[in-house]
Design a protein around this ligand. Sequence first.
Ligand SMILES: NC(=O)c1ccc[n+]([C@@H]2O[C@H](COP(=O)([O-])OP(=O)(O)OC[C@H]3O[C@@H](n4cnc5c(N)ncnc54)[C@H](OP(=O)(O)O)[C@@H]3O)[C@@H](O)[C@H]2O)c1
Length: 245
Amino acid sequence: MTTDARTAIVTGASGGIGEAITAMLLEEGFAVTMLGRDADKLTAIAGEFETGRLACAAGSITDDGYLDEVVARHTERFGALDLLVNNAGVSGHRRIGELDAALVDEQLAVNLRAVIMLTNKCLPLLRSAVAKRGSAQIVNTASNAGKRGEATLASYSATKAGVVGFTEALHDELASEGIKATAICPGLVDTPMADEYRSGGAVEMISPRDVAETVRLTTRLSRGCIVPEIILLRPTEWIAPSEVR
Ligand SMILES: NC(=O)c1ccc[n+]([C@@H]2O[C@H](COP(=O)([O-])OP(=O)(O)OC[C@H]3O[C@@H](n4cnc5c(N)ncnc54)[C@H](OP(=O)(O)O)[C@@H]3O)[C@@H](O)[C@H]2O)c1
């Protein structure tokens, strides 16, 4: 399929925030390639959207060969990439002293290394979109834990702070040539990743759709307007203790 529609690649699209971002992008008229590990989940979601503007490619973003294949396929079909959404991520709670290498390595590989490598590989496609339409975009799902490290999430927080730093560097290096970079830093979002927080009863959370709406905003701005970072908080997050208020 070739198309004149703007095109996007969304990682972590097999559920949660990535699925909501994909739905929003389809509403905005994008042709979207959804990435995720679970082929069955991707196929089921794609079936619900019922559009020809959707493609799926299952695999692990920690595998450089898979990333090459995704980029090659996107190049063949569209020749340009208007929006890369680096959204896939893994969490996992551990106290300092209880961290194990397998968890740290997975968080670094999925949350940070893959974000850097896929962006690196997509740069020629993003530049083609700039040549075609004047601008292109990279949106990275970080976390508010990447702005303010959290207890039991030390290694996760470190990877997300890395995503924030990487996004700032992208802005510094690429903004003047028309490639915008945005880091999204949400608090607790109502997805399977937040399940561990539900054991004590209902918890008010940000909806995946809220996150998607902030991405929608960035896709509608003119070339001259860049949103480098968006922080989304729940009503109880980052509140100073009552004795200092
Ligand atoms: N939920 C929150 O409270 C929250 C808050 C702040 C930031 N975030 C960030 O938001 C992003 C999306 O999270 P979510 O809440 O939507 O979580 P989720 O529902 O658990 O989704 C995670 C997604 O990442 C994909 N993924 C994980 N490891 C992968 C790998 N090795 N290769 C390819 N895909 C992989 C999963 O694919 P499969 O399902 O196919 O395995 C899934 O699509 C993450 O970066 C997360 O850190 C979440």
